[in-house]
Write a protein that binds this ligand. Structure first.
Ligand SMILES: [Zn+2]
Length: 388
């Protein structure tokens, strides 16, 4: 447990301003004082070159493995094996510098049950902000969702997941890649339905995340007032204009597509999934470039757990994809920390007095080269160093 630390360099505050010779004191897992220069006597120096906030991965599936056929695996796995899997996956995020994840759906709400039951030891898992997912019975995501068709059924499902401690509801505005028989660009919820369901979620105190690839689905989700839109692969200038006026945050998960497309095992995947992802990848890349150019509010996820997309170090790859899409390193780092934390309201996300002491200590400076995110010296979670 750290009560005080001194760093040679740290990126401070919501703007992540670089500062040299930074000290901070920590109590009950929160940063209680912070400054540069001499400060209180006797503060030990940390060996890392640079301290940044822990990364915030806004889109994961802790109960999925990231193997070749996660749909089949999810339908067949037993509860004990699933619990072991999600604990191992949670620890991989922590080891790769991710101190908060938002889980956007698990078979039989396994993640909600695990979090509610305290089944993920605090030193072995990042902070988990968990959603319950709701899909139509034959729709995208049906294998990790409760099923509903009518507004009344959705409302019943929302009440059930709220009772399990969910802070978010995950909806599917369009079809997707990894569920058989659905089309990524096709609308899966009518505009009136997604509007009613989003309002019901908000009334129950839950935020709403919408999976949306196709532009109609993206537009329906924005107009429904959802809090985040996941993937946004077929974004057009019309939705960009709507988003600029809304309070909705985009969550890019491009790394999930890139990992699949570049996997040397991709030919072993379900052929329908492979053909869908190959057709869809160029659109998702272009959509991210468009969102970056328009400076839309952007947070970052990995969709870890989906096909050929295992947990761990996806945020590092995503940083490079964001950079290639036109974001400078400082903006990438803010998107992966501050912006995600704002979306989730998780009390961490940047280094300042009153924030949680979730700190990623690196051996090189990510403002100079985002590859530094791989050079992890230590991860600190709520003031405690994470074991190897
Ligand atoms: Zn997902």
């Amino acid at each position: 447990m750290y009560n005080a630390i001194r760093f040679r360099k740290a990126l401070l505050g919501p703007d992540m301003e670089p500062a040299d010779d930074v000290w901070m004191t920590i109590s009950d897992g929160l940063i209680t004082a912070l400054g540069t220069g001499q400060g209180p006597a006797g503060i030990p120096s940390h060996p890392a070159a640079v301290a940044i906030p822990g990364l915030v991965d806004c889109h994961v599936h802790l109960a999925l493995s990231g193997g070749a056929d996660v749909e089949q695996e999810a339908r067949s796995s037993d509860p004990a094996a699933r619990q072991d899997l999600l604990e191992a996956n949670a620890f991989r995020h922590l080891q790769s510098g991710v101190t908060t994840v938002r889980d956007l759906g698990s078979p039989e709400d396994a993640v909600l049950h695990a979090v509610k039951g305290g089944g993920l030891g605090a030193a072995r898992a990042p902070q988990i902000v968990a959603a319950g997912a709701i899909s139509s019975p034959a729709g995208h995501g049906n294998f990790l969702s409760r099923w509903a068709t009518t507004p009344a059924e959705y409302e019943e499902a929302i009440n059930a997941i709220a009772g399990l401690g969910a802070h978010w509801v995950k909806l599917f505005a369009t079809g997707g890649v990894i569920t058989s028989g659905t089309v990524p660009g096709a609308t899966q919820m009518e505009p009136s339905l997604i509007s009613e369901v989003t309002a019901a979620a908000h009334r129950s105190g839950l935020a709403a995340a919408a999976h949306a690839h196709g532009s109609d689905g993206i537009r329906n989700a924005i107009e429904a007032g959802v809090d985040s839109i996941e993937h946004f692969s077929y974004l057009t200038p019309d939705e960009v204009a709507l988003l600029a006026e809304s309070r909705c945050t985009l969550v890019s998960t491009l790394v999930a597509t890139e990992r699949f497309v570049s996997s040397d095992q991709r030919e072993t995947a379900n052929p329908e999934t492979l053909s869908k992802i190959l057709a869809h990848a160029p659109h998702e890349r272009a959509a991210l470039q468009q969102a970056v150019r328009a400076r839309l509010p952007l947070a970052v996820g990995t969709d870890a757990g989906t096909t050929f997309n295992p947990h761990g170090f996806g945020m590092q790859e995503q940083a490079l994809h964001l950079n290639r899409a036109g974001m400078d390193p400082a903006s990438v780092l803010r998107a992966m920390t501050v912006n995600g934390s704002r979306l989730l309201g998780d009390g961490a996300g940047y280094l300042d007095v009153g924030r949680r002491a979730d700190i990623l200590c690196l051996d090189a400076d990510p403002l100079e080269d985002l590859g530094a995110l791989y050079k992890i010296n230590e991860v600190i979670l709520v003031g405690r160093p994470v074991g190897k």
